[in-house]
Design a protein around this ligand. Structure first.
Ligand code: ATP
Length: 260
């Protein structure tokens, strides 16, 4: 269960932005969807503990990560969340294995402990990265880089994964296959995910629940499963509807305000 109710103000000189985001979700994959500049990334940064809201609370499962009234504000590391940045933010001078290990080591302890090293090996194996373990990010394809970033985000055994536009850096052909991969990873690891996206197809392919953002607020909640069954019934009643997209896709695209 993810329970978010936050107010946040950011300012840069004369430019400022107010966010008021409130959502509750009991779902494997939650999408934050909406136009550029609507406040999705600020929400994700607040969840991760990189930005401090002025009011409200953030709870994931039994844990309170932030509660302004109770004076609770866990530092990012203690929040136990994996963060996948839009451009993956891999360290160019480190190998694939060192990138995946990064959160498990520090300046004093440069090598992971045996149990951590075994988990990293298992992660590299399950992400198909073992043969690339000693390679640098610059020599990898976009899909391989995404997998390294995901493996790194999972290495610390997070309670939830935060994904900022996980497919933005990929070409359209790769997007389709990596959406399926990400869905499989979510099921396999049983980790809830909060995903930012601009792309309706990401929402349709992956999300259980979507929250639509507009100008710093959430204006709509869409349950993708309910939408699917309603549309299935509708298409049986009216099979003459457009063929180019499935009825489910059309219904969801309409809900999300996407062009046909
Ligand atoms: N530190 C800051 N100071 C002032 N304004 C900021 C700051 N950080 C973000 N903003 C503004 O807040 C608004 C929301 O930003 P945010 O990054 O959350 O949007 P977004 O919905 O994630 O957009 P995108 O989909 O393009 O990433 C934007 O107009 C942005 O310019």
């Amino acid at each position: 269960m993810i329970d978010v109710d936050i107010r946040l103000h950011v300012q840069d000189g004369k430019r400022h932005f107010d966010l008021s985001a409130c959502f509750q979700a009991e779902a494997q994959v939650v999408a934050l969807y909406g136009p550029s500049g609507a406040g999705k990334s600020l929400t994700l940064q607040a969840l991760a503990g990189l930005l401090r809201p002025s009011a409200g609370h953030i709870r994931i499962g039994e844990r309170t990560l932030f509660d302004a009234a109770a004076g609770i504000d866990l530092p990012p590391r203690q929040r136990k969340l994996g963060y996948l940045f839009q451009d993956y933010a891999l360290f160019p001078h480190l190998s694939v294995r060192q990138n995946v290990c990064f959160g498990l080591t520090d300046w004093l302890r440069r090598r992971p402990q045996a149990a951590d090293a075994a988990r990293v090996d298992a992660l590299l194996e399950s992400f198909g990265l073992s043969a690339l373990a000693d390679s640098r990010p610059a020599t990898l394809s976009g899909g391989q880089r995404q997998r390294v970033a995901l493996a790194r985000a999972l290495a610390c055994e997070p309670r939830a994964l935060l994904l900022d536009e996980p497919f933005a850096a990929l070409n359209p052909m790769l997007r389709t296959s990596l959406r399926q991969e990400l869905a499989q990873i979510g099921r396999q690891w049983g980790i809830p995910m909060v995903m930012i996206t601009h792309d309706v197809e990401d929402v349709i392919a992956l999300a259980d629940l979507a929250f639509v953002y507009e100008a710093g607020a959430i204006v709509q909640r869409i349950d993708l499963h309910t939408a699917t069954s309603q549309e299935a019934a509708r298409s049986q009643l009216d099979p003459s509807r457009a063929q180019a997209r499935t009825p489910r896709q059309l219904r969801l695209r309409a809900l999300l305000g996407a062009p046909d």
